[in-house]
Design a protein around this ligand. Structure first.
Ligand SMILES: C[S@@+](CC[C@H](N)C(=O)[O-])C[C@H]1O[C@@H](n2cnc3c(N)ncnc32)[C@H](O)[C@@H]1O
Length: 389
C-alpha cells in the first residue's frame, strides 16, 4: 500500500483526531512533532480526499525516508523533471529546528538544486517564502501543483530520521473562503463557526452519506451546510427566527451552486433546551451551542465562570432532551467555550465531565482545543457517545 502523508493545519491535534476518525485506522504514524501523519493509504483522488478534511492543509506522497541527510539533495534533484518549459519548484521543511535554521537550509538546498538544474540546462525558478512551510496559496499561485512545477517537503523527525514527500494536493482556500465569506447571510457579530471546523466536527462524528445530523443551535447554518456537502441529511433549529432565515438563505445559496446531488434538510424555530418537537432517529448531534457574547478584553474569572455555567446549562439540556432521539451508536460533538480570563484560561472540562456521567454520556476521547491566536474565547470540542452503547 502506498504511503500518504498529511500535513495538519495550525491545530495539529485536531487534524490528527479528524484524520483518525476518517481513516478509522491505527496505521497512522505522527512525525515532525505531531505536525505530520504518515498513513498506509492508497488515495485515488488526492484533492477530493483533502477537500473533506478541515484539519489538514496538504496531502503528499512519500518519496523516500532516510537515515543519512547527505543523500537528501540527490533524491530531491532526481524528483525534478527535465522539461522544455521553465520549472517552478519549492521546498518546505518541517522539523524540530528553528524557523531561521530551516529557512537557511531551504535556501541552501534551493541554490544547490538550481545549480544542478543549470548543469542539466533546465531553466528553473525557485519559490520560497518567509515560512518554512509554503502556504497553500503560494503553492497554487506559483504553479507548484501544475505540470510545470513541484513542491518537495522535507520532514525531520529525529536526528537521523528524515522523510521526503511530494505535494499532491493543498487545501482549497478559495472554496473555504467562498463557503464562509461568500455566503449571502453572514453576520460576523452573531458569531459563526469556520466551515473547516464544522467539517472537522462532522468528521469526528463519523457521519456517512445518507445519515442524519441535528444542530439545535444552527445559527447561520455552517454545520448544516457542511453536512449537506457530505451527502448527509441536515436538521437545524434555533431559538432566533433571524438565524433560521439566515440558515435558509445560506442553504438555498449553497444548493444554487449546484455541487449537491440530493440536498435534504429541515429547519425550524425551537428552544434547544426543551423537548418541543419529535425528531427522526439521529446518527449524530453536532452543535457549537452558544459561546456567550463577543469579548473585547479578558473577562474576570467570576464573569467567565458565569458565562461558562450558562453554556454548560444549555449543552446539558440539549443532551438530556435530545438523547432519546439518538440512534444506538450515535455520536454527539459539541463545543464549550474556553475563556481567557484576567487570571488565565478557564478550563471547562472539570465541570462538564462531572455532569456527563449522570446524563448517560461518555467522552470518546480527551477534549480538543480549537483556538486561534489572540482569541479570548477558544472552543473545547467534545466527542461523546451514549454510555450504554
Ligand atoms: C455561536 S451561534 C452558532 C453558530 C453556528 N454554528 C454557525 O456557524 O452559524 C449560537 C446560536 O445558538 C442559538 N441559541 C442560543 N441559545 C439557544 C437555545 N436555547 N435554543 C436554540 N438556539 C439557541 C443562538 O440564537 C445562535 O444562533
Amino acid at each position: 500500500m502506498a504511503q500518504s502523508i498529511f500535513i495538519f493545519g495550525r491545530q495539529a491535534k485536531i487534524g490528527l483526531a479528524e484524520l483518525t476518525s476518517i481513516t478509522g485506522s491505527a496505521a497512522l504514524k505522527t512525525i515532525a512533532q505531531g505536525q505530520v501523519a504518515l498513513a498506509n493509504l492508497t488515495i485515488k483522488d488526492p484533492q477530493a480526499y483533502l477537500n473533506q478534511l478541515g484539519g489538514s492543509v496538504k496531502l503528499l506522497k512519500l518519496i523516500a525516508d532516510f537515515k543519512d541527510e547527505k543523500i537528501l539533495l540527490n533524491t530531491m534533484f532526481n524528483q525534478l523533471p527535465s522539461q522544455p518549459a521553465k520549472l517552478f519548484f519549492g521546498i518546505s521543511y518541517l522539523g524540530p529546528s528553528s524557523i531561521h535554521q530551516r529557512l537557511k537550509q531551504i535556501k541552501q538546498w534551493g541554490m544547490q538544486l538550481k545549480k544542478l538544474l543549470k548543469g542539466r540546462k533546465q531553466g528553473a525558478r525557485f519559490v520560497s517564502s518567509r515560512d518554512p512551510l509554503l502556504s497553500s496559496v503560494i503553492v497554487r499561485k506559483n504553479k507548484l501543483l501544475s505540470e510545470a512545477g513541484k513542491e518537495l517537503v522535507v520532514m525531520a523527525n529525529k536526528p537521523h530520521e528524515f522523510y521526503l514527500g511530494e505535494t499532491l494536493a493543498v487545501q482549497d482556500f478559495a472554496a473555504y473562503s467562498a463557503r464562509d465569506y461568500g455566503r449571502p447571510a453572514r453576520d460576523p457579530k452573531r458569531g459563526s463557526l469556520p466551515p473547516k471546523l464544522a467539517q472537522i466536527m462532522l468528521n469526528l462524528a463519523q457521519v456517512k452519506p445518507g445519515q442524519t445530523i441535528y444542530d439545535p443551535c444552527c445559527g447561520q447554518g455552517t454545520i448544516l451546510q457542511e453536512a449537506l456537502l457530505k451527502g448527509v441529511t441536515a436538521i437545524g433549529s434555533d431559538l432566533d427566527h433571524v438565524a433560521i432565515t439566515a440558515s435558509e438563505t445560506n442553504l438555498a445559496w449553497l444548493i444554487k451552486q449546484g455541487h449537491l446531488s440530493k440536498p435534504d434538510y429541515q429547519l425550524f424555530k425551537a428552544d434547544a433546551s426543551k423537548n418541543e418537537r419529535k425528531l427522526p432517529p439521529l446518527d449524530a448531534i453536532v452543535t457549537e451551542g452558544s459561546l456567550g457574547p463577543p469579548l473585547r478584553k479578558p473577562p474576570s474569572k467570576a464573569q467567565a465562570e458565569k458565562l461558562l455555567a450558562e453554556s454548560i446549562t444549555l449543552i446539558t439540556s440539549i443532551l438530556s432532551t435530545k438523547r432519546p432521539f439518538l440512534k444506538p451508536g450515535g455520536r454527539v460533538i459539541i463545543c464549550l467555550p474556553y475563556y481567557q480570563t484576567d487570571q488565565g484560561w478557564l478550563d471547562p472540562a472539570p465541570t462538564f465531565q462531572n455532569k456527563l456521567t449522570s446524563l448517560g454520556f461518555t467522552a470518546t476521547t480527551a477534549p480538543l482545543l480549537y483556538q486561534r491566536e489572540q482569541q479570548l474565547i477558544g472552543r473545547q470540542i467534545w466527542s461523546l457517545k451514549l454510555t450504554l452503547d
